[in-house]
Design a protein around this ligand. Structure first.
Ligand code: LLP
Length: 420
């Protein structure tokens, strides 16, 4: 459920008409609803109340905006970070270091040291090599690194290939069959406190079945590791629950997910950790855009909007669907291709889609843009970096400025030997 709805024929975010934000901030712009974020955070948290010991680390990558992090921090969420930059954001948002989990296959020494100095709760190790390096670094600086070993369970998540992470051929985690041995060797290193296992098989999962298969395998591995005499106190079950992108789609609910986890982990006797991203932020945001022009096409007209693949990359990268709705629909519909102004054919949001009839100057919104939207934006074609707005009831604020091409140009330098 979200708080984007039509009122008097105008799409609102909570109590604010989106055309008002478009007029004042310009387009394209991301708009988040605070009430929706809070609702999703609470629904997820309450779904896990059935579990005796649990910890939630929001996947910062899905929406790293400082205001979003601050909000989730006040809802009791920690953070799952994958870079030094995300780590600093989580700390800047006031998240406790204890609640921060550092994932990622390529943590540098500098990033690991920063995590140790900040006293983060857990490093999720993606290889034995990384664990050996972290232990040496920690021991050398007088720290003990709390860590979990990420395991690749070789389970097909049944999602888009580019966001699937738990198959044997993917770069993530250590092979399932080698994990117990690696765990024992890492647990014996000075500077290292191995406290458990981690798994994350992919994103935008439409079914709980692959997650359940992966968790069952992790339970078996946990028992084998305990049987060899090593302790396991934490199990990190990752993120991945999908959300509906098309009106009417039904996805597993957080409550069903919580019930499945409770059933599978009933006798585990661990603190369970979770790294939700999209399920919290996805439907909490829209990308508002203005139609620049409509031009005829061979089969359908092209609706050219001022948002492009640099602002919302998901359709170009994953053939993702985002509902496109007019901010003031006329009641008519047309079949059209929705494209941005960028000079490549991948800058296409939809082909031959039935949409609200729009004409040049009209405003529209791409829905379900709160996750992996602004965070993946760039400035390709020397376009501005898209701004972000948060609505709260009848008030709203810019939570990230538009960054003009001039500011980016100002950061570039021409070397002396070219400045003739
Ligand atoms: N934990 C780990 C270790 C992850 O790699 C991810 C996402 C998550 C948690 C959060 O997953 P979620 O709950 O959001 O599914 N850019 C792509 C999604 C990439 C996901 C990467 N990892 C997209 O736009 O669909």
């Amino acid at each position: 459920m979200d708080y984007f709805a039509y009122r008097d024929g105008v799409l609102h975010a909570e109590d604010v008409p989106l055309d008002q934000i478009a007029e004042e901030v310009g387009t394209p712009a991301y708009v988040y609803s605070r009430a929706t974020l809070v609702r999703h955070a609470r629904v997820f948290r309450e779904a896990l109340d059935v579990l005796p010991r649990r910890q939630i680390a929001f996947a910062v990558k899905s929406n790293p905006n400082l205001a979003v992090l601050k909000l989730l921090s006040s809802e009791g969420f920690g953070a799952d970070v994958v870079s030094g930059g995300e780590l600093e954001r989580a700390l800047a948002a006031g998240m406790s270091a204890e609640g921060i989990v550092f994932s990622g296959v390529g943590k540098t020494r500098a990033e690991m040291l920063r995590g140790l100095e900040a006293g983060i709760g857990q490093f999720n190790l993606e290889s034995e090599e990384e664990g050996v390096e972290l232990a040496a670094l920690a021991a050398g600086h007088g720290f003990t690194a709390r860590a979990a070993l990420r395991v690749n369970p070789d389970v097909d998540a049944g999602t888009h290939g580019k966001i699937s992470t738990g198959k044997a051929e993917n770069k993530f985690g250590v092979p399932y069959d080698l994990a117990a041995g690696i765990y024992a060797r890492l647990a014996a290193l000075p500077g290292m406190d191995m406290r458990g296992l981690a798994v994350h098989i992919g994103s935008q999962l439409a079914s709980l079945d692959p997650l359940e298969r992966a968790f069952l395998k992790m339970g078996e591995l946990m028992r084998a590791i305990r049987a060899q005499g090593d302790s396991v106190t934490h199990m990190d079950l990752g993120g991945g629950i999908g959300v509906p992108y098309k009106a009417g789609e039904v996805f597993p609910s957080p409550a069903e997910y919580g019930a499945m986890v409770a059933r599978v982990t009933a006798d585990w006797d661990v603190t369970l950790m979770f790294e939700p991203g999209r399920v919290i932020t996805g439907n909490s945001g829209v990308l508002i855009t203005r139609v620049i022009r409509v031009k005829p096409g061979v089969t359908s007209p092209f609706v050219i909007v001022d948002a492009a693949m640099n602002d919302l990359a998901r359709p170009a990268l994953y053939d993702a669907w985002h509902d496109f709705i007019a901010i003031r629909p006329s009641g008519e519909t047309i079949t059209a291709n929705i494209v941005g102004p960028i000079c490549e054919s991948s800058d296409t949001f939809a082909m031959g889609r039935a949409i609200d009839a729009v004409k040049p100057g009209d405003l529209a919104a791409f829905r379900t843009a709160g996750a992996y939207g602004a965070t993946m934006a760039n400035t390709y074609n020397s376009r501005p970096l898209v701004p972000e707005v948060m609505v709260d009831g009848d008030r709203w604020a810019i939570v990230a400025n538009r960054i003009d091409p001039a500011a980016i140009l100002a950061a570039e330098r021409v070397p002396d030997w070219l400045a003739e």
